[in-house]
Design a protein around this ligand. Structure first.
Ligand code: AMP
Ligand code: MG
Length: 419
């Protein structure tokens, strides 16, 4: 039976009372502190574990390398029986090859043929490289002194048996699979993949490719959000579009909550007449309106629907995208068991001018050209082309700023967010 994690608390999205616009960092700290993994656990074969989140530390059941071995093709011997100047050692009959060790003993003052990866035979602690040897009739010659242990690998020099090779919470990379295999693991304990349902709301929104009447727009958010979730390494569930109709939305949220660990909606999250996401969450009694000091971003509606967290994102594609990267993605990290993720940013010179008043954080669509951060020509939050143009975000802190070309700014590539 997979372990069932405890439910989230009803007030897990409650922001401090009385604060009009909550600073981004305060909102993030709250998500970090109040969320916890909501996924079960299972054990999967190593081969299926890439991209999954480790549910427990991986402890090496075998050292890597398991025994001392040679790093090169050459000749092995005991260093203590050699000295300075020319060395001529008689060769023992036989050799040690990778996977086919020599099971005799090499007497002091003798040498043996060894091939890369071969276990060092008894009596051998040092190897000279082929290229540094001359081989005659039953002897090998090389110049001393040779450093004891040269060209060998110690048992466990990479990882020792019993060491933690990979920590719980890690999203497994291809290299992690190499390491897990090297230290003797064939199966890994992982969290169930986080399932994230996505739905769009709005009477004006129509399916891409459908006939669009006057006043209608194609659904830009849903394809984007579904693809973002997959890129983050989670399972995206398409819950379609819902018109601005409370009963229809209620029904769709019910279905989404029955299949997903988290629901992302876009549109209808403010407090207007047709903002049914926020209205329903409020009705359910577990709704928090998040007014974050952030641009681009309108109020977010956060709540629980039948115990499942719902992120009600703004409808504007740029705001939906930014809020997903800034808030939803780190939240997904915690819910998925992989923990809180801070995106890695880089300090680079600006290629733009920007004047900003204090009081909120701003994210500009940006990319790096010639070592400088360029920003998109318009900050309009409906400009989908700017999202596509950008390769990252420039983050400008909450205070006032006057940025001139050449000033240093913080650039966060989309890759740092897992895109
Ligand atoms: P709302 O948050 O519902 O007030 O929507 C804000 C803006 O985003 C409006 O101009 C909507 O038409 C637009 N919008 C809402 N949902 C989508 C969507 N799925 N794709 C593109 N634009 C949308
Ligand atoms: Mg709407």
């Amino acid at each position: 039976m997979p372990l069932k994690p405890p439910p989230l608390k009803n007030d897990c999205f409650a922001l401090p009372p009385g604060v009009d616009w909550t600073p981004v960092d305060q909102a993030l700290a709250m998500l970090r502190d109040r969320l916890h993994p909501v996924v079960g656990q299972e054990t999967v074969p190593l081969q299926q574990a890439a991209g999954r989140v480790l549910a427990a530390d991986v402890v090496a059941t075998r050292s890597n390398p398991p025994q001392p071995n040679t790093a090169v093709d050459g000749y092995g011997f005991a260093a203590s029986a050699t000295g300075e100047g020319d060395q001529v050692l008689p060769l023992v009959v036989g050799r040690s090859a990778a996977g086919v060790p020599f099971d005799g003993v090499v007497p002091a003052g003798h040498a043996i043929r060894v091939l890369t990866g071969a276990a060092l035979p008894k009596g051998v602690d040092t190897v000279v490289l082929d290229e540094d040897c001359a081989v005659g009739e039953g002897v090998v010659a090389f110049r001393g002194p040779v450093k004891p242990g040269a060209n060998t690998r110690r048992a466990g020099e990479d990882v020792a048996e019993g060491d933690v090779a990979l920590p719980a919470g890690r999203m497994l990379t291809p290299a992690d699979l190499a390491l897990a295999s090297a230290v003797g693991l064939a199966k890994l304990p992982v969290y169930e993949r986080l399932r994230v349902a996505v739905l769009s709301t709005g009477d004006e929104v129509v399916e891409p490719g459908a006939k669009a009447g006057p006043g209608q727009i194609f659904d830009a958010n849903r394809p984007m959000l579904l693809a973002m979730i997959e890129r983050f390494g989670f399972q995206a569930i398409d819950m379609g579009r819902v018109p601005d109709d409370r009963a229809a939305l209620r029904d769709r949220l019910d279905r989404a909550a029955s299949v997903a660990h988290l629901v992302l909606t876009s549109g209808g999250a403010s407090a207007g007449d047709e903002d049914h996401v926020s209205a329903l969450l409020r009705e359910a009694g577990a709704m928090q309106e998040w007014r974050i000091a952030l641009k681009p971003g309108r109020p977010l509606a956060l709540g629980l629907w039948q115990g499942v967290p719902v992120f009600g994102l703004p409808g504007n594609p740029v705001a939906a995208f930014t809020c997903t990267l800034v808030f939803a993605r780190p939240a997904m990290g915690v819910l998925s068991g992989s923990g809180w993720a801070e995106p890695l940013g880089f300090t680079v010179p600006a290629a733009f001018t920007k004047r900003k008043k204090p009081g909120r954080r701003e994210y500009l669509r940006a990319r790096i050209r010639d070592g400088r951060a360029e920003v998109f020509r318009s900050e309009g939050s409906g400009r989908v082309s700017g999202l596509s143009w950008a390769e990252g975000l420039v983050e400008i802190g909450d205070g006032a700023a006057q940025i001139e070309p050449g000033d240093l700014v913080r650039y966060i590539p989309f890759g740092s967010f897992g895109l």
